[in-house]
Design a protein around this ligand. Structure first.
Ligand code: GLU
Length: 306
């Protein structure tokens, strides 16, 4: 049955209004704290090419940790299952930038979506590409079919100047032998990768290959095989929304990856990819209005993976 997604998005756009401004914009990256928490945009990209949008769906925002998904997909497509020798596949039960578990688990991060895991993925890419951040950018351009997608140098520099904790994580892992390239190079690349900006419309389109079992729907290009695509969806569900993945699955019921810029990419496998952006975060670091919007999306459409 073909759904009237435009009506659903417009309903959600009016329902979220009271929530806008209630969340807290990420302040630890100085440049991100300048964004208004009142913004809200949402877009749906259907695998048959139909696209729907509401609110600020055409406004660029900082993807931050959503790019961890692209970096992981790129690394997984090149290295296959070898990546799991260096990074795990379990929820961490700790904040995304925690150092605690790393000591006990001897420098092997719990999953590729916490910062430690993402830094290992950047390191894997750094051993393969001269400029891993550029490789991720080019990959993002390919999966979004949009050559204009770029870094935000100001945000990258802002994060780089304050990246002490990520540097500490990287040095810690290097000490355990789980970081092969120079720490500074890995952190530089990671900060640039996180600064990539997209609109919700672009992000929904970029995620569609993951909703389509690993193949870009409009070109038929296979990025990942069936099994790796399934595995990435599973990781998004169990680890993609910080330390709230259980509650997110309970409320929304879709695999998703969020970022501290307030963006969330969610997948309705076999059907569509959904992107939402609202910079005000809840205490777990997920977009407050964005999570609510996705909860309403699966409720109003009666679509989820369950
Ligand atoms: N660049 C951010 C950091 O490493 C990304 C965090 C996030 O979006 O979760 O702190």
């Amino acid at each position: 049955m073909s759904l009237d997604y435009q009506h659903v998005l417009d309903t959600i756009q009016s329902e979220v209004q009271p929530l806008l401004g209630q969340g807290k914009v990420a302040g630890y990256i100085p440049e991100l704290s300048k964004i208004s928490p009142e913004r809200f945009g949402m877009a749906v990209y259907c695998l048959d090419g139909r696209a729907y949008m509401t609110g600020d769906a055409d406004v660029k925002f900082s993807l931050q940790s959503v790019t961890k998904l692209f970096a992981l997909a790129l690394a997984f497509s090149r290295e296959g299952d070898d990546i799991w020798k260096r990074v795990g596949r379990e929820p961490s039960g700790n904040p995304f930038n925690s150092l605690v578990q790393l000591e006990v688990e001897r420098g092997k991060p719990r999953n590729p979506f916490i910062n430690a895991g993402a830094l290992v993925i950047t390191d894997i890419l750094a051993s393969r590409f001269v400029q891993p951040d550029l490789a991720v950018l080019q990959f993002a351009r390919q999966i979004a079919d949009e050559q204009g997608i770029d870094f935000d140098q100001t945000v990258a520099e802002s994060e780089r100047k304050t990246a002490n904790r990520n540097s500490a994580i990287a040095y810690f892992m290097k000490d355990f032998g789980n970081l092969h390239n120079p720490v500074d190079a890995v952190i530089d690349s990671y900060c640039r990768q996180c600064s990539i900006t997209m609109t919700c419309a672009e992000l929904a389109k970029a995620g569609s290959f993951l909703a389509n079992h690993g193949t870009i729907p409009w070109s038929g290009t296979q990025i990942l095989g069936l099994s790796p695509a399934k595995r990435l969806n599973a990781l998004m569900l169990t680890c993609g929304t910080y330390d709230a993945a259980g509650d997110f699955a309970f409320r929304v019921g879709l695999p998703a990856k969020s970022g501290v810029g307030g963006g969330i990419l969610a997948l309705l496998p076999g059907e569509a990819s959904v992107a939402v952006w609202s910079p005000g975060l809840d205490p777990t670091g997920n977009s407050l209005a964005g999570t609510y919007a996705l909860e309403r999306f699966t409720t109003l459409t009666a679509r989820s993976i369950f």
